[in-house]
Design a binder for this molecule. Structure first.
Ligand code: SF4
Length: 263
């Protein structure tokens, strides 16, 4: 099967820098059709993506990983978005409940190695169930979130799921985000109004104090705040030269190559 590497996407990423999020969403939908889904954890940026899908409109499923230890507010936000934005939310769950996992492996999230294992079991592994269902996934990463997200490309390859990841909000500034949310009265996870800059599992997320980095509230109990869960390929080692396998026709269309059928 032909391969598409991250290096192959350099020109495309360069061209896409000038595109609006809505243009990128339309490009993805025209190219991938029903082989396209979105992935959201129902944080502010994910809500904006869901609102854009609703208004364009683009009818694709939204994948939501319920780790079993999410805040009630996140589940309520998911349900409101599904109903009011008329979106199909596909909820994915880990194989075991947190109680079953803890009985077997202990309280994993209290140590750095355990956190990696817990995030693998409860966040990454559930996505494996849809590995063959899609060729591309829409995400909601933004460079303004800082840390490793500060250099996030618009399109990237995800070898684990063998999909193209597309992040249309990469260039959306905090000001643009605030303006979009206010103008369209976007449904927002209420925890964002209670000091939570980012929102994940209830075991590993706290509010942040004024002046702290946005991700300081994630895995605070582990010390360094720059921990990532690995659910996004951009959180992984960028030096690994990743690639995915797709049909040559699809690769050509992704890269905007024209095929001369007159030969
Ligand atoms: S964020 Fe915490 S509780 Fe959630 S999967 Fe990761 S380590 Fe486990």
């Amino acid at each position: 099967m032909p391969a598409l590497s991250q290096a192959d996407l350099i020109d495309l990423n360069h061209r896409f820098e000038e595109r609006t999020p809505q243009e990128l969403l339309q490009w993805a939908h025209e190219l991938f059709g029903d082989r396209l889904a979105a992935l959201s954890s129902m944080q502010r940026a994910g809500s904006v993506i869901c609102h854009m899908l609703h208004t364009i409109p683009i009818r694709i499923p939204v994948l939501f990983v319920d780790t079993g230890v999410l805040f009630e507010e996140s589940l309520e936000t998911r349900d409101r978005i599904a109903q009011e934005y008329n979106l199909e939310i596909r909820t994915l769950t880990p194989e075991k409940t947190m109680e079953e996992q803890t009985a077997e492996l202990g309280v994993l999230y209290l140590s750095p190695d355990g956190q990696k294992q817990c995030c693998e079991l409860r966040k990454s592994a559930p996505l494996d169930a849809v590995r063959d269902d899609y060729d591309a996934l829409i995400g909601s990463l933004r460079r303004a979130d800082g840390g490793q997200r500060g250099s996030c490309p618009i399109v990237s390859v995800d070898p684990r799921l063998n999909v193209l990841r597309i992040n249309p909000l990469v260039n959306f500034s905090d000001e643009q985000m605030d303006a979009y949310v206010a103008e369209h009265d976007v449904i927002i996870n209420p925890l964002h109004h209670q000091g939570y800059a980012t929102i994940g599992c209830n075991r590993c997320t706290t509010p942040v104090m004024p002046g702290e980095p946005r991700r300081a509230g994630r895995w605070r109990h582990l010390g360094p705040w720059s921990v990532y869960c690995g659910i996004n390929p951009t959180d992984l080692d960028p030096s690994s030269s990743p690639s995915i396998e797709l049909s040559q026709d699809l690769i050509d269309r992704i890269l905007g190559r024209t095929t001369d059928y007159m030969i």
